[in-house]
Design a protein around this ligand. Structure first.
Ligand SMILES: NC(=O)c1ccc[n+]([C@@H]2O[C@H](COP(=O)([O-])OP(=O)(O)OC[C@H]3O[C@@H](n4cnc5c(N)ncnc54)[C@H](O)[C@@H]3O)[C@@H](O)[C@H]2O)c1
Length: 432
């Protein structure tokens, strides 16, 4: 099939590459010319394991094309996926649909034959209706169909998630169009993905309701871990114990920092704002948002306690700063709050992240990027394991703390408290 992906971010580029790998011709469009130039020079603008190889292969075969010329891409495609960002509006928390509507207006200009226009971006209920009305102002309704096909991939696991999804959700009342999407996804359905179709608003809501549910699970176990800390219970045992109940399931029950990333924080806020517009109080999700905000502050307090409330001139080393491993994405990462906070309080901070130096900290005078674990930990007072990167899982802390003994706060529970104690290390973790 001939496909156009508008937006070559985490979702557009990954799904575009994977669609091309399934044998489709894919036009990837981005208005950010820097990204397009990088892609045409065989460089990947984001960090996503495995993506480079797939993009390179399909670019060289001619199945993947990169351009900022939407006209040529739309004219040459039958199915157009809108994959642009939908960040929160600063004051209200609702989804900012500026990029989505802008893309829709641009598509409208170049509709030359029947097009299926798909929102893959996460958009509030009724957005599809609005896009349809917007395009119908200038184009005959017979020339296009607007449908919803939300994306569930996770950064860091995006290729695997795209190729082996649990489910593919399509929202439309047009049976013919649903069939087209089903055949586009046929290779994945054959491998076991469930194809589920519903109406457009239903698909839009499924995405938000899924993310809000997962965020709830994280906040839930985080709160339970607070109780574990007070009562001498190991939160990991509790996670296993409750996760063995198939009605609950074991995933997303690992206590740690507040949830972050480009989706859960913004989507939990946006769904409550949408619900408020429909005079529906999503009180559970509202308390999850509150609980997550508190979580960030609680962990800051925990660090202060570990350092006996003396932060000035303390040396803190961060292992990992991204919101999760295998991505360079910093959006809503706990480190964005913690590092500037401790910096302001007079701490000297080293950080190392396998995805590289972060612009977010470049203006902070006493915050230094280090190239490896050793130089991050050298002469520190406290090491914070912030992100669960693979290379942080087997560090010989005893050896590297020989010169100067530091404390460790493992926010990801990567090490056994007993083993650390045996080695004479001062080790703190979550809910244990
Ligand atoms: N990142 C994820 O893990 C993930 C997972 C599932 C769903 N989503 C949703 O998918 C959507 C995209 O997320 P993302 O993380 O890929 O965003 P992103 O910010 O990484 O990428 C969006 C891209 O769209 C481009 N763009 C914006 N307006 C454009 C226009 N008019 N024409 C061409 N290009 C344009 C931007 O330049 C940018 O490169 C969001 O709604 C998000 O909520 C994201």
């Amino acid at each position: 099939m001939k496909i156009c992906m508008i937006g070559t971010g985490y979702v557009g580029l990954v799904s575009g590459a994977c669609f091309a790998d399934l044998g489709n011709t894919v036009w990837c469009v981005d208005k950010n010319i820097k990204k397009i130039n990088l892609l045409n020079a065989n460089k990947i603008p984001i960090f996503e394991p495995g993506l480079q190889e797939i993009v390179q292969k399909n670019y060289l075969s001619g199945r993947m094309k990169f351009t900022n010329d939407l006209k040529i891409a739309v004219k040459n495609s039958d199915i157009i996926f809108i994959c642009v960002g939908t960040p929160n509006l600063k004051n209200s928390g609702s989804a900012n649909l500026k990029y989505v509507f802008q893309a829709a207006k641009e598509i409208r200009k170049y509709i030359n034959k029947f097009k299926i226009i798909v929102t893959k971006s996460t958009v509030p209920i009724t957005t599809g209706d609005k896009i349809e009305n917007l395009i119908a102002k200038k184009k005959n309704k017979k020339m296009f169909e607007v449908i919803s096909n939300p994306e569930f991939l996770r950064e860091g696991e995006a290729i695997r998630d795209f190729r082996f999804p649990d489910r593919i959700v399509v929202g439309s009342n047009n049976k013919k169009v649903i069939k087209r999407l089903e055949s586009l996804y046929e290779p994945l359905i054959k491998k076991g993905a469930k194809f589920f179709s519903t109406n457009r608003r239903g698909a839009e809501l499924i995405k938000y309701a899924s993310n809000a549910f997962l965020a709830t699970k994280i906040s839930y176990i985080n709160e339970i871990s607070n109780l574990c800390e007070k009562t001498g219970v190991n939160v990991e045992d509790v996670s296993i114990g409750i996760g063995l109940d198939q009605r609950i399931g074991s995933r997303f029950l690992r206590a740690g920092p507040a949830y972050g990333g480009s989706c859960f924080p913004k989507d939990t806020k946006a769904i409550t704002v949408t619900a408020d517009k429909f005079k529906t109080n999503l009180s559970i999700i509202k308390s999850v948002i509150k609980s997550n905000k508190n979580r960030r502050l609680l962990l800051i307090k925990r660090v202060e306690k570990i350092l006996s409330n003396k932060i000035k001139n303390k040396k803190i080393g961060f292992l990992g700063v991204t919101f999760k491993p295998n991505t360079d994405d910093m959006r809503q990462s706990t480190s964005l709050l913690m590092i500037p906070y401790f910096h302001k309080k007079g701490a000297i901070i080293n950080y190392y992240d396998p995805s590289g130096r972060k612009n977010e900290f470049s203006n902070l005078k006493n915050v230094f990027f280090c190239n490896n674990i050793m130089s991050t930990c050298k002469d520190m007072d406290l090491i914070i394991i912030h992100t669960e990167w693979e290379e942080f899982k087997a560090i010989d802390f005893k050896k590297i703390s020989k010169r100067r003994k530091f404390k460790i706060f493992d926010m990801r529970n990567l090490y056994s408290p007993e083993n650390m104690k045996k080695q004479g290390l001062i080790y703190h973790s979550i809910g244990r």
